[in-house]
Design a protein around this ligand. Structure first.
Ligand SMILES: NC(=O)c1ccc[n+]([C@@H]2O[C@H](COP(=O)([O-])OP(=O)(O)OC[C@H]3O[C@@H](n4cnc5c(N)ncnc54)[C@H](O)[C@@H]3O)[C@@H](O)[C@H]2O)c1
Length: 278
């Protein structure tokens, strides 16, 4: 599942603290902005989560890919290991409280204590307004809201004990402005901001930082079902006049995961080409 690394951290986008060295539990030196940190990224088998896993690995982190998609998840873990990183795939449903306990135990044993949690897994129910049925509501709320709570509940005690930890919760611009349709999705993402602020003020005294990012339009499997006309109409409204790339979101994830952001907690960061300023 995982393997030792001497990854040189020479990937694109290395700025700031690049070149920092840390000695991992295995005794080897790793370099990068998150050198030697152990990170869980949920929903990392595909889409933006995969980009976050790649970026964190490139910057020296050990990455645990947690998803319900074993085929792409195992492939990504193998890709990261082939590049010299420490990485593992874990079949993990973020809505399952017992699975969180098992995941944290397993990572503690194989990789060491968890420094970073990126609560990225999310589901979208497209084009539903108030007619969203109970099943849709339950699914969206379970993954996007409860999943984030369960993840924080699982990792914060260890982080607080070690007085070190950074959690990045993935919300959305849909938490900041009203958008037509997808009311359960918007509610779940607004809840992510509440979870972020509540955890940040509760565990700041333990040096556990909790921040939220709010991506705008980023083309992934999640947005693939949207009509090209709808995507074009949205792009025309974005001040930068384009969609974002997953790696542009990953840049913020690496920053918030790293010690470069050591005095930033409870922040809500739009990554949206200026969309919410309209
Ligand atoms: N794509 C966008 O434009 C956009 C904009 C704002 C916010 N977001 C948010 O960013 C995050 C990533 O979105 P994406 O576009 O990469 O989506 P995606 O659909 O491409 O990927 C989501 C991943 O989450 C995994 N997942 C779903 N349910 C899960 C569960 N119960 N347990 C574990 N993993 C689960 C999926 O298997 C998939 O690999 C989501 O939280 C999403 O709401 C996306």
């Amino acid at each position: 599942m995982e393997q030792a690394s001497s990854w040189a951290g020479a990937g694109a986008g290395s700025v700031g603290g690049a070149g920092e060295h840390r000695i991992t539990g295995g005794g080897e030196a790793v370099r990068g902005r998150v050198a030697g940190k152990v990170a869980i990224v949920t929903g990392a088998a595909r889409g933006m989560g995969a980009a976050h896993a790649r970026a964190l690995a490139r910057e020296g982190a050990t990455v645990a890919i947690a998803d319900i998609a074993p085929e792409p998840g195992e492939l990504l873990a193998a890709e990261l290991r082939a590049a010299g990183a420490r990485a593992s795939y874990h079949d993990h449903d973020v809505t399952d409280a017992a699975a969180w306990t098992a995941l944290v135990d397993s990572i503690n044993q194989t990789h060491g204590p968890i420094d970073v949690l990126v609560n990225n897994a999310g589901v979208q129910v497209r084009s539903t307004g108030i007619e969203a049925d109970d099943e849709e509501w339950e699914k969206v709320t379970a993954v996007n809201q409860r999943g984030v709570f369960l993840g924080m509940r699982a990792v914060i005690p260890g982080m607080a004990q070690r007085r070190a930890g950074s959690i990045v919760n993935v919300a959305s611009v849909a938490a900041l402005v009203g958008l037509p349709g997808s009311i359960p999705y918007q509610a779940s993402k607004a809840a992510v901001l509440g979870l972020t602020r509540g955890a940040a003020v509760s565990y700041g005294p333990d040096n556990v930082r909790v921040n939220a990012i709010c991506p705008g339009l980023v083309v992934t499997t999640m947005t693939a079902s949207a009509s090209p006309a709808a995507v074009d109409a949205l792009k025309a409204q974005i001040p930068l006049r384009r969609d974002g790339r997953p790696d542009e979101v990953s840049a913020a994830v690496v920053f918030l995961a790293s010690d470069e952001s050591s005095y930033i907690t409870a922040a809500v960061l739009p990554i949206d080409g200026g969309f919410v300023a309209l």
